[in-house]
Design a protein around this ligand. Structure first.
Ligand SMILES: *Cc1c(COP(=O)(O)O)cnc(C)c1O
Length: 217
């Protein structure tokens, strides 16, 4: 599917729910994709990309940044504290803040650098043991703690369990965000971004629908 088609589908979904498409940021998830596919989407004019590994992003993006202006990179995968410094230097936005130790490290870096990437707190809405994110029952306290560290918390992020109806998870995330006065909602991927838009997504993370299937090795 092309970028143009995805953009059209975002507009249709937004309008169907009385939303302004301009309030929805499309993050093109380029992880694992061959560089020629990423290059093609850059040439179409798209500038907002998501990567899930700091190292992979460091390997591929500097060359593109020499070639194209205004590239905006978002980290959407788990972040180890020992990679936090590299991450804050490279990404405008980190979607995966999920534990106190990482919050403390990001706060220390923010103080040192005088700036911080925008942050989303990842919530493990499905309470899956293998998945990152704070538990829904811990979210209010963790959001408060992160704010007390002066971190720029813009919203919440979730990855619904594959075998469950995603809209229930999107609704739960929206509810936790609303009661904490957060407006950002990073939710929705290739298979469910329209349903995420219906539930208020402000940032959708779409990979394979734009670039094609990923070849994991
Ligand atoms: C890979 C990934 C995506 C994109 O998934 P697609 O199904 O290819 O759209 C979105 N969010 C996260 C956190 C991912 O790791």
């Amino acid at each position: 599917m092309s970028l143009t088609e995805i953009t059209a589908r975002i507009e249709t979904a937004a309008q169907a729910h009385g939303r302004d498409p301009a309030d929805i940021t499309l993050i093109a998830v380029s992880k694992v994709q061959p560089p020629e596919r990423v290059q093609a989407v850059l040439e179409e004019g798209h500038r907002i990309y998501g990567e899930n590994r700091v190292q992979e992003a460091q390997g591929r993006w500097p060359a593109f940044q020499d070639q194209f202006d205004g590239i905006d990179l978002h980290l959407i995968g788990p972040l180890q504290t020992n990679k936090a410094r590299q991450a804050v230097e490279m990404f405008s936005t980190i979607h995966t803040l999920d534990r106190p130790k990482l919050a403390q490290t990001l706060a220390r870096l923010a103080q040192e650098r005088g700036k911080s990437p925008d942050l989303f707190i990842q919530v493990n809405t499905g309470e899956e043991s293998q998945k990152a994110g704070c538990l829904p029952s811990d979210a209010d306290a963790f959001i408060a703690d992160a704010r007390a560290l002066d971190l720029p918390i813009k919203g919440l992020m979730c990855i619904p369990p594959v075998e469950e109806e995603p809209s229930l998870h999107f609704a739960l995330l929206a509810k936790i965000a609303a009661r904490n006065g957060l407006t950002g909602l990073s939710m929705g991927m290739s298979s469910d971004f329209e349903s995420a838009i219906a539930q208020g997504a402000t940032h959708i993370r779409v990979g394979s629908a734009i670039f094609g299937e990923r070849d994991y090795v």
